[in-house]
Design a protein around this ligand. Structure first.
Ligand SMILES: CC(C)(COP(=O)(O)OP(=O)(O)OC[C@H]1O[C@@H](n2cnc3c(N)ncnc32)[C@H](O)[C@@H]1OP(=O)(O)O)[C@@H](O)C(=O)NCCC(=O)NCCS
Length: 146
């Protein structure tokens, strides 16, 4: 089941814990209170297996050019390669389209590029470093089949 968790609630706190475990702790990093506070207007998608949080994805609403953004994609260690990440991206894209987006963009860790390519995303621009690891920008038109 995929839910939208409200900022500041216990479900949201569980998402922050999983995001920390998957996306920050392996890099020796922490979320600051300011970083988390800046997410108050983002959409927080959670994929649950019964009471277990299996994955997270955050959405930035479409900008004036019609580009919505996906970020903080994380699947619980041990639950990868079961389609959960793909389901979260699909649900996130549908929500961005509902909000008027014509394309979705993201910053992909280079290790995750094959995952996003499989979902129809194309890398562009030069590689860059974010949270100490190499990334590429990727995007896809939401009216193209994945
Ligand atoms: C990357 C991540 C989100 C993928 O989620 P997932 O639930 O494992 O992905 P899915 O099961 O939906 O994978 C769909 C397809 O993507 C591709 N794919 C997924 N992970 C891959 C990997 N590590 N290497 C190569 N291809 C991969 C495969 O084609 C896969 O299909 P298959 O399993 O039938 O071969 C997850 O592994 C994760 O959280 N990784 C650590 C955090 C991270 O890198 N997040 C992204 C930051 S930009």
């Amino acid at each position: 089941m995929i839910t939208f968790e409200t900022f500041g609630t216990p479900g949201w706190e569980e998402m922050v814990r999983l995001r920390h475990q998957v996306l920050r702790a392996p890099l020796g990093l922490e979320f600051s209170q300011d970083q988390l506070a800046a997410e108050v207007n983002q959409l927080h998608l959670a994929l649950w297996l019964d009471d277990t949080l299996a994955g997270t994805l955050l959405l930035l609403r479409p900008d004036p050019t019609g580009t919505g953004k996906l970020r903080q994609m994380a699947v619980r260690p041990g639950l990868e390669r079961r389609g959960f990440g793909s389901r979260l991206v699909g649900r996130g894209e549908a929500e961005l389209q509902r909000l008027g987006a014509v394309r979705a963009g993201l910053s992909a860790r280079t290790t995750a590029i094959p995952f996003y390519e499989r979902l129809g995303y194309v890398a562009y621009g030069e590689p860059f470093i974010e949270v100490t690891v190499p990334h590429r920008s990727m995007r896809r038109r939401l009216d193209d089949p994945a």
